[in-house]
Design a binder for this molecule. Structure first.
Ligand code: 9D3
Length: 253
C-alpha cells in the first residue's frame, strides 16, 4: 500500500456481524487513524424482486442452496465504485490456505474486496468471471465466509505500517521468522508457587536474549516440529539443538 488508506470492502448477507469487528481494539484504532476504510455491502440490498432472493436450488439437484450470481455481481460493481483498486477474493473452503505470506501480499495492496459465501456455495459463473482468488482459513467446515473474512482482515490490518504501536512488532512475530515465540512473563515474580525464570530478572540483556532464542527454538521443536523442518537453521540454532541432544543422550544413557 502506498502509505494511504487501505479500502477494505466486504460483500456479505450478514453485514451486522462486522459492526462489532470494526468497532474494537486494533481494528477500531486502524479505522479511526484512517489506516483502513471499511465498507460493508449487504448482498441482499442488490437482489431483485419484492422478496430480494439471494439463493436458489442447484441445477442438477442435490441438497442445499446456491448463491445466485446476479446479486453478487451487482454488489461487486457497487464495491468497485468504492474500492477501485485491489483484488476480489472469495472466502471458500476450496481456496488457497491462508497464511502469513498471503497476509503480507494482501497488506501491500491499496484495496481488498472480500466476498463471503453462505449456503453450499456461489454460482460458479460469478467465480469464473469476477473472482481473482479464493482463500480458505483452514481444513474445517464453517457455515459461511464471514469469520474467514474477519480472520483475513485481522491478519492483514496489523501488517499495515503504523497500525501496531511498535514499528517492528509485526516483524518479530511467530511465523514471520518461522519460529514460535519465547515464553512471556509479567509480575508478580512468584505466582501459585511458580517463579519467573531467574535470567529474566537478572538484568543481563545478553543472557536474556540468548535464553529467549534458545527457548523459542526448543518450544518450536516440541510444539511445532513441522515449522523447524521447513527452516534453514542458523549455526547458533544448530549448536543449541546439539547441546539439547547431548543432554537427552545423557538422560537416556
Ligand atoms: C457439503 C460440502 N461442503 C464442503 C466442505 C460445502 C460447504 C461447506 C461450508 C460449502 C460452504 C461452506 C461455508 N464455508 C465457507 O464459506 C468458508 C470456509 C470454510 O468452511 N472453511 C475454511 N475456510 C473457509 S473460508 C469460507
Amino acid at each position: 500500500m502506498a502509505d494511504g488508506t487501505m479500502n477494505v470492502c466486504v460483500l456479505t448477507l450478514f453485514p451486522e456481524l462486522f459492526d462489532p469487528f470494526w468497532d474494537h481494539g486494533i481494528i477500531r484504532r486502524a479505522v479511526q487513524g484512517q489506516k483502513i476504510n471499511p465498507v460493508t455491502i449487504n448482498i441482499r440490498d442488490h437482489a431483485k424482486g419484492r422478496h430480494r432472493v439471494t439463493d436458489d436450488r442447484p441445477y442438477g439437484g442435490g441438497c442445499g442452496m446456491v448463491m445466485k450470481p446476479e446479486p453478487l455481481t451487482v454488489s461487486l460493481a457497487e464495491a468497485k465504485k468504492k474500492v477501485p483498486s485491489g483484488a476480489t477474493m472469495l472466502l471458500s473452503p476450496q481456496g488457497k490456505r491462508f497464511d502469513q505470506p498471503l497476509a503480507q501480499t494482501l497488506a501491500s495492496a491499496d484495496g481488498l474486496i472480500l466476498v463471503c459465501g453462505r449456503y453450499e456455495g456461489v454460482d460458479e459463473r460469478f467465480v469464473d468471471q469476477h473472482v481473482d482468488g479464493e482463500i480458505s482459513i483452514g481444513d474445517f467446515v464453517l457455515t459461511g465466509g464471514e469469520l474467514g473474512a474477519m480472520v483475513v482482515i485481522d491478519a492483514v490490518v496489523r501488517l499495515i505500517p503504523g497500525v501496531l504501536g511498535n514499528a517492528d512488532s509485526a516483524g518479530s512475530d511467530t511465523f514471520s521468522d518461522g519460529l514460535l515465540e519465547h515464553a512471556h512473563y509479567t509480575r508478580p515474580p512468584t505466582f501459585e508457587d511458580d517463579s519467573v525464570p531467574d535470567v529474566l530478572l537478572s538484568g543481563n540483556h545478553q543472557a536474556i536474549d540468548r535464553w529467549r532464542r534458545e527457548t523459542a527454538l526448543i518450544r518450536t521443536l516440541f510444539k511445532r516440529p513441522d515449522l523447524l523442518a521447513q527452516r534453514d537453521l542458523s549455526s547458533q540454532e544448530r549448536e543449541t539443538l546439539v547441546k539439547w541432544r547431548r543432554d537427552i543422550d545423557r538422560l537416556i544413557a
